[in-house]
Design a binder for this molecule. Structure first.
Ligand SMILES: Nc1nc2c(ncn2[C@@H]2O[C@H](COP(=O)(O)OP(=O)(O)O)[C@@H](O)[C@H]2O)c(=O)[nH]1
Ligand SMILES: [Mg+2]
Length: 393
């Protein structure tokens, strides 16, 4: 059992009794010898301890992400895994935590390594074909091998569009004209009366937001003020907020009163989000009610909670869980870049280019892929990655 250690100041006075754990390298987080002090959380006490440590002249405050950077530099993890540490700390959704955890466990790194190995083998084969006589160049074999690598890159990029949104949470906005039933829909989706529903129009002014996990994906739902041209005062301010959130939305549920049908007033708002589902509400008031989802239009009764499950299934279907793929911008960029060069190479093979020319494309693609794991990355790239970290990580 570990006992608390006494920490003394320069006069030999006990400043704190703390847990001090020594992690000998190379099995520590950074690979170096590391001492970890766990003390009481009072900031004054922490400052006093930091001062004692600084006064020894042997230590300084760490830079942002320095521990993880050192772990990467000493080969304890590759760069993609180091980025996963940041992604794990910053994840705001359960789905994001899972994605970062998988990245940290090296799931992407393993696929990237084997991709790099495959490419390396192809490059060696092509080089051999023009450097020696005993490995003749066969365009069809070569083209097949490059095609296989492209396929693997594509499978990693397959959810490149939705994966970053799944990581942070899908920004979903409920919008529509006043009284269409937006707040009723918001409540029906959440399953409890979170916001005020009223027959008087202009009831909702501030944006009301709630997180909801559905089919393993986090959605950030926003109920908004109904849009109308003639609004003034606080209602107008509410509409401005609606416009701002609409522009940032990954998905808009645009609510229309089914009795009125979509009108020319709805027209300008239908395509403001990246994706829109038109929700025909108050279907219960139609003489022959229609429920469910057809051709991007969902028919529901928010008041009686009918058609909501079908609507939510359609919403979840737009952001499928599936294989996670890459979700950090740097990885997507490097893979897309590699893909461009590979596709260029494939076209060049078809055009009958000689192997020595093709090797250039392959090498650039290989370099891009290697950069994901942090091989041959510049100091500026490292700095920009670790500057997003907090101190102490
Ligand atoms: N019959 C019926 N009335 C609804 C439905 N949804 C909303 N309403 C009514 O429409 C009025 C406006 O609803 P509310 O949710 O406040 O609309 P918002 O202004 O778009 O947020 C209220 O009187 C609701 O009870 C529905 O599905 N069926
Ligand atoms: Mg409302």
């Amino acid at each position: 059992m570990q006992r608390p250690s006494e920490i003394l100041d320069s006069a030999g006075e006990v400043v704190e009794k703390a847990m001090v754990v020594f992690h000998p390298g190379p099995r520590s987080y950074t690979g170096e010898d590391v001492a970890e002090i766990s003390c009481h959380g009072n900031p004054l006490l922490v400052d006093a301890l930091m001062e004692i440590i600084r006064a020894t002249g042997l230590a300084r405050t760490a830079e942002r992400g320095e521990f993880t950077k050192r772990a990467y530099l000493s080969g304890k993890m590759d760069l993609a895994q180091a980025e996963a540490v940041g992604a794990l700390i910053n994840a705001e959704s359960a789905c994001g935590v899972d994605m970062a955890r998988s990245l940290l466990a090296g799931d992407l790194s393993r696929r990237i390594t084997s991709l790099g190995d495959e490419l390396f083998e192809i490059i060696s084969g092509v080089e051999a074909s023009f450097l020696t006589d005993d490995a003749p160049y066969d365009a069809s074999v070569f083209s097949q091998a490059v095609g296989a690598v492209i396929q693997e890159v594509d499978s990693l990029l397959a959810h490149g569009d939705s994966a970053p949104k799944r990581y942070s949470g899908i920004v979903t906005t409920i919008a529509g004209l006043p009284n269409a039933g937006k707040s009723s829909l918001f409540n029906a989706i959440l399953g409890y009366p979170r916001t005020i529903v009223h027959q008087e129009s202009g009831t909702t002014r501030d944006i009301i937001s709630e997180r909801l996990v559905f089919s393993g994906v986090d959605f950030l739902f926003h109920d908004t003020a109904g849009i109308r041209e003639t609004a003034s005062g606080p209602e107008q301010a509410g509409i401005q907020k609606t416009m701002d959130i609409l522009r940032q939305s990954h998905l808009v549920l645009y609510v229309v009163d089914a009795c009125r049908g979509p009108t020319s007033e709805d027209e300008p708002w239908l395509n403001l989000g990246e994706k829109t589902i038109v929700v025909m509400n108050k279907a219960d008031l139609l003489t022959r009610p229609l429920y469910g989802v057809r051709n991007d239009t969902a028919w529901v009764s928010a008041k009686y909670r009918t058609g909501i499950d079908e609507l939510m299934d359609a919403v979840a279907g737009l952001f499928p869980l599936g294989q996670s793929g890459v979700f950090l911008g740097r990885h997507t960029y490097l893979l897309s870049r590699a893909r461009e060069y590979l596709a260029h190479c494939l076209a060049a093979i078809d055009d009958g280019m000689t192997p020595d020319v093709l090797v250039l494309d392959l090498k650039t693609a290989h370099e891009s892929i290697r950069e994901i794991a942090g091989e041959s990355v510049g100091r500026d790239v490292l700095e920009s990655i670790f500057s997003d970290f907090c101190i102490g990580k």
